[in-house]
Structures are given as structure tokens and as C-alpha cells.
Design a protein around this ligand. Structure first.
Ligand code: SF4
Length: 681
């Protein structure tokens, strides 16, 4: 099928943003030539990252680029804040070629068309930010008339055309890279701080390129808010289809994802969700760590889809006889708006559904709960002296003990779920809850008066079961699948619950074989996060792999619990930790970002739910502050601006004292409290 035929067929499909919601199918794109590493759907999804050393440090940049290539990067981006740095890209490129590295280089441009125009003559690709290429940010809301807005677009065209012409002449590729944190005043005034504003920001520039018959373009829609990021990419695909613009390759990324486990989980929630939909042709994972640690994460996310098509066998529709009364008829029927977050409407059952945050159920089916210590990995601590239990912010809500009832009375904040057959034999049936299979549920002589769990899969749904589920207001579903293409199958199940007007809360259950911890985090964050981003899931149960050693199970239990809370936070459905929106740093960074982030984290990580932005420079600073409660932004060499929300409260504090000053601001707001150290694991 030709490209034209592909996008014509997409346009006919209305709200479509992907090829299919029921089987893995990569979105078809045109090919973009970037040096000798082409990008697009005819090629593997590419890995890339960005250097962090000063661009004027030629050898430092070359050596870091080589380390990045060795770690898996297929493109390397280098910042060019001014003409000086743009010019030095030539030296960096030449030295790399001398050393035998042909990796395409990408110049990263903010604010400086003259640097872009020079870089476009020297390297394989230029990234521009449509939010600041032709505009200076003044944080003004302007009421544009149609003609005033058109005059602005004409002004942009005039500023942008020279770069387009140079790229065309030199065969240089371009990324039009929108960033949620740096939308122009013009876009913010007309569209607000929205996914639509992000999309329009890129399209204004893209239309100019197409008018000039320049198509060697990649697009991105990055945000640190995973919901906004996913919605913007999906909306972009829809808008490209609707306007008859070409299906350009997509560069996926979550900005300012942070570091360590949180950064990886957040990246997987955003990037993984889109990869599941078949979107994405290159991935950059942004961690506040050295860039050579980013490529392996990107690669692990991408590799999961290498053979996905062969492995996925999702039920394509409910048109079989068994499901004839159910409503989903083709691979793209969807009862939700994929471009705007709404949580699926559910009724409250105990503390599930309704307005309750999604619950975390820890898997203790293989761990005998015999000593107080056994609950420590999931955030519940026994203090012998006052003889009481306490919990930290990552205290699980339930444990699933299956066939092995706990040997002592659990703390108040923790409830127990047992397999129904074992529950039926318990003396205390009131404070424990049964998990039924469908067969057991249908013949059960006794059920709990207020809360019963029912294991369900997509294939189980039929008219009789739908009626039973609707009639029982004590039920919480536990939804599972063995399908490798798990997220779409479970999403399809949720679609069907909506179509059948079932408002029963549902817990997402996932079980993986004994994966390396890093893959487990990424895969579970993709599968559960993708559902949560679409508004699905009233709880998570991550089952442990089958293991024989209790010590090993306990260790895993701690990391699984932390991952579950991390996923809920990354999908913005339950805040249980301090949120750090920290940029990955680059050649523009004005202070030691990794060290500073670690220092701020050490001092503030007990402030549950507080969001702190840490930005190496002003480029994404103020915009990202829209999403943060407090901000720490580099404004000059070792000079820091401190923000409360979007407002600067201290303009230029020396880096030596800036963390203390930040804490003073938090204290002034009454948000500060002293950490309690005895709850640390
Ligand atoms: S916010 Fe961070 S990564 Fe982005 S340009 Fe500034 S220093 Fe570089």
C-alpha cells in the first residue's frame, strides 16, 4: 500500500490514531533520511540520546558520543545554544569520523535561528523547538484577532523559511520537537496548556515545510506529565491524518522523567503506552543520569516489540456466537476519548472504585506471613515498644495470601485476600476477603457480605456473566491475561465493561516470569501504566514469579511493591512519594544536576505528593513549573532561580545555598515537616 493510500484509509476511519487497538501493528510512516541511518516504519525503532558535556569541549563531546554509541545510541544529539557551539559541531563530527564513528549527529536548537542555519549545513539533523524558535517567552496572554494571529504566522514563516531551504539543499533532516514546558505565548493564548496546543505548535511549522515540499521531518510531543504526553502524540497522529499531512515518523520521549527507578517507570508508562499502540520510530529516554545509561532502557522498551506481531493473538472482536450480544465489532471501536483523561466511572466497593485512589495488593501467595518482619517489605512496620503497627507512604493496602492465611492478626491498614476455598474455612471471615474463580463464584454457598473478588479475563465475558457482575454490588474484578500483547487485551476488556455499563471496580493483575528487575519495572509500567493512562484500573496486583527461597521472595516483594506505587504515581493516579521533575541535563546545564537532584531528594523525599522541578536551564524551566509546586532552575553559572508554582520567588541565589533557600520557601508555605527516619527500610 502506498503512503497516500495508507493515510487515506486512516482518514476514513474517523478518530483513528493507530492502525489497530486489538493487535500489534506499527503505524506506517514515510522514511526520513538521517545520515546513513534512515528512520521510519520500514526500519527498526531507533535509539537515541543527548550529550551532557559542553559542546565547546570537542574531545569531551567526542568521547561521550562514543560511549553513547557503544551503549546503543543510533543518533546522538548535541546542544547548540549559539553560533559558536553550532560551529564546533563540525569539529566534533570530523573527529568522530576520524575515529571511525559515523553516527548521525543532531543539533539541538532553542531560540537561535542563526545557530540552526549553521548547524543544518554541518550535521545530519537539526531539532527545533517550535515554542521558542521564532518567539521569546514573556508569559503574556494575548487576545489575538484572526488577522493578528495570521500576521504572527507570517512572521514565523519569514524566520523559519531560511532553515527549511538550507535543510532541503543539504539533505539535512529536521525534528520539530514540541515541549509541553515551552509552548509559545501565542499557542498558550489560543489553545492553552493542552495536548491540542502542543500539536498545533508543531503543525504551524510543519505546514510551512510541506508548502516548501520539504518532508525530511520527524515530530515529537514531549511532556513530563505522562497523560498529556500520550494524549498529544495520539492527537498528533489523528490531526496529521485529518489534514492530509504526511505520516511522519515519531520521536518518543517523556521529558524530565527523573532518575533511578522513578525515571525508568515514568518513561515506560509514557513511551511504552505509545509503543503498545504501534506508535514511535525512535525513542529517547531522558534520565537525570549519564546518557550512556539511557540507551539500554530505550532498547529494552523497544525490543519487547521486535517479534510482537507473531506472538499476539488478541480476540479481534466480540462477534463470535458466544459474544454475539456484546458490542465491540472492529479493531478500532473504542468507547473512550483517547485524547483526554477520564477515569472509568465505577461504584464504590469497600475502598475500591468511586473516588478512591487505585489500591496496591501485594502478592504473598508464596510467602508465609509468620513474623512481623514479613510485612516490612511492603511498608508495614511493627514497633515492639509501644506495641503497635505503623506504615510508611508505600504501605500496601491488601495482601493476597491465596492458600496460606497469615499466622497473626494483620495491622489495621492492611487487609487479607484468600482463595475462596480457603476463606470458607476461616474462623474470622469478616476481616478477610475471598477471591473466586468464575466457576467457584457461581456455585458458592457463602460470600462475604461487603467485598468479594472475582478473577476474570476477556474470554470469560458472556451475557450471563455480565448480568451476574452487574447484579452483585460487593464484587471487585481481578482482570488478567496470558496474552503477550497484554495491555491491549486488558484495555479491550475494559472497553467491554464500559459498553456493557458495568461499573464494578477492577484490579489489574500481571504476572511475569523471573525477569531481570529492570525489565520487570519497564514491562509492568508499560502494561499497567498504559491502562491507567486510559482511565482504567482501580488497583494493581503484581504477582511474584515462582521461586522457592523465602528470602528471595521477600526481596522481590519489596521491589514489586515499590514498582506498583511507582506506576500509580507515574500515571498520575495516586501520589505516594515526592515527585521530582528533573531534566536529563545537556551542554546548557548551569550547575551539577545529578548531584543537586540527589541533594534535593535527600532533603525532601519524605514530602509525599509535593512536586519539585529541577531544571538545568531556563529553556524548559518556567513551563514545567506549571506542573510543579516548587522549582529550582539554573539561570547563570551557579546561579539559581527558585519558584513557587510558576512564579519566581528568588531570582538569583548562589547554588551553595539554593537548596536551603528552597526548603525555607516550602517551610513558609506550611508544607514542610521533619522526616521520620525509623520507618526507612
Ligand atoms: S532544561 Fe535541562 S536538558 Fe533541557 S535544555 Fe535546559 S539544561 Fe538542557
Amino acid at each position: 500500500m502506498s503512503t497516500t493510500q495508507i493515510f487515506n484509509s486512516l482518514i476514513e476511519s474517523g478518530n483513528r490514531y493507530a492502525n489497530s487497538l486489538t493487535e500489534y501493528s506499527r503505524r506506517k510512516t514515510i522514511t526520513v533520511n538521517i545520515g546513513d541511518v534512515p528512520m521510519g516504519s520500514d526500519f527498526p525503532i531507533r535509539v537515541q540520546s543527548m550529550t551532557t558535556v559542553d559542546t565547546l569541549d570537542t574531545i569531551g563531546s567526542v568521547e561521550q558520543t562514543i560511549r553513547m554509541v557503544e551503549s546503543g545510541c543510533e543518533y546522538v544529539r548535541i546542544t547548540a545554544p549559539s553560533v559558536k557551539e553550532a560551529q564546533n559541531l563540525d569539529n566534533i563530527r570530523k573527529e568522530l569520523r576520524v575515529r571511525g564513528y559515523n553516527v548521525p549527529l543532531v543539533a539541538d536548537i532553542h531560540f537561535t535561528p542563526n545557530a540552526a542555519e549553521l548547524a543544518a549545513r554541518l550535521v545530519e539533523k537539526v531539532r527545533i523547538n517550535p515554542g521558542n524558535y521564532a518567539d521569546k517567552k514573556r508569559f503574556e496572554t494575548i487576545d489575538y484577532t484572526e488577522s493578528a494571529y495570521q500576521a504572527e504566522l507570517d512572521r514565523i514563516r519569514e524566520k523559519f523559511l531560511p532553515l527549511v531551504k538550507i535543510c532541503k539543499e543539504y539533505g539535512t533532516a529536521m525534528r520539530i520537537g514540541t515541549n509541553h514546558g515551552s509552548l509559545s505565548d501565542r499557542i498558550l493564548s489560543r489553545y492553552g496548556d493542552t495536548p491540542l496546543g502542543m500539536v498545533e505548535s508543531a503543525l504551524e511549522f510543519l505546514r510551512i515545510c510541506e508548502d516548501e515540499n520539504y518532508f525530511n521531518i520527524v515530530l515529537s510531543m514531549k511532556a513530563s506529565n505522562t497523560q498529556v504526553m500520550v494524549e498529544a502524540y495520539r492527537l498528533l497522529c489523528k490531526k496529521l491524518n485529518e489534514e492530509g499531512l504526511k505520516p511522519y515518523p515519531l520521536h518518543l520521549g517523556v521529558t524530565e522523567a527523573g532518575e533511578g527507578e522513578d525515571g525508568r517507570i515514568k518513561s515506560a508508562v509514557g513511551i511504552g503506552t505509545l509503543l503498545e499502540d504501534g506508535l514511535g520510530d525512535t525513542v529517547r529516554v531522558s534520565l537525570t543520569e549519564d546518557p550512556e545509561f539511557e540507551a539500554p532502557v530505550a532498547k529494552a522498551l523497544i525490543d519487547r516489540y521486535s517479534n510482537r506481531k507473531e506472538k499476539s493473538t488478541i480476540i479481534p472482536s466480540f462477534t463470535s456466537t458466544q459474544h454475539s450480544a456484546l458490542s465491540i465489532q472492529n479493531s478500532f471501536d473504542s468507547p473512550i476519548n483517547p485524547f483526554q483523561y477520564f477515569r472509568r466511572s465505577t461504584h464504590e466497593v469497600a475502598n475500591f472504585g468511586g473516588h478512591n485512589v487505585p489500591r496496591v495488593i501485594a502478592d504473598y501467595s508464596q510467602i508465609e506471613v509468620a513474623q512481623h518482619e514479613d510485612l516490612k517489605p511492603i511498608g508495614h512496620f511493627y514497633l515492639p515498644l509501644p506495641d503497635k503497627w505503623t506504615m510508611n507512604d508505600l504501605g500496601a493496602d491488601y495482601i493476597y495470601t491465596a492458600q496460606n492465611p497469615a499466622k497473626y492478626m494483620l495491622p489495621m491498614g492492611l487487609k487479607e485476600i484468600l482463595d475462596a476455598s480457603v476463606w470458607a474455612e476461616q474462623g474470622d471471615k469478616l476481616n478477610k476477603f475471598p477471591l473466586f474463580s468464575i466457576e467457584a463464584y457461581q456455585v458458592a454457598p457463602e460470600k462475604h457480605a461487603t467485598l468479594n473478588f472475582l478473577s476474570t479475563s476477556l474470554a470469560d465475558l458472556n451475557e450471563a456473566l455480565v448480568e451476574q457482575i452487574k447484579a452483585d454490588k460487593t464484587l471487585v474484578l481481578v482482570v488478567a491475561t496470558n496474552n503477550e500483547h497484554a495491555m491491549p487485551e486488558l484495555r479491550r476488556l475494559f472497553f467491554e465493561l464500559i459498553n456493557q455499563e458495568i461499573t464494578t471496580p477492577a484490579v489489574i493483575l500481571r504476572k511475569y516470569s523471573d525477569l531481570p528487575e529492570s525489565d520487570f519495572q519497564l514491562f509492568s509500567a508499560t502494561d499497567c501504566g498504559g491502562l491507567l493512562i486510559d482511565g482504567f484500573g482501580d488497583g494493581i496486583l503484581l504477582q511474584l514469579p515462582d521461586l522457592s527461597e523465602k528470602a528471595e521472595l521477600i526481596t522481590k516483594s519489596k521491589s514489586y511493591n515499590s514498582t506498583a506505587f511507582g506506576i500509580l504515581q507515574a500515571a498520575r493516579t495516586r501520589m505516594s512519594k515526592t515527585e521530582y521533575i528533573s531534566c536529563p541535563s545537556c551542554g546548557r546545564t548551569l550547575f551539577d544536576l545529578q548531584e543537586t537532584t540527589a541533594m534535593i531528594r535527600k532533603r525532601t523525599e519524605h514530602l509525599k505528593g509535593v512536586k519539585i522541578g529541577i531544571m538545568g536551564c531556563i529553556v524548559n524551566g518556567p513551563g514545567e513549573m506549571a506542573d510543579a509546586d516548587y522549582g529550582y532552575v539554573g539561570v547563570g553559572k551557579d546561579k539559581i532561580a527558585l519558584y513557587r508554582g510558576q512564579n519566581v520567588v528568588k531570582k538569583s541565589v548562589h547554588a551553595d545555598n539554593a537548596v536551603n533557600e528552597l526548603i525555607e520557601i516550602i517551610k513558609e508555605d506550611g508544607v514542610w515537616f521533619e522526616p521520620v527516619n525509623d520507618l526507612e527500610l
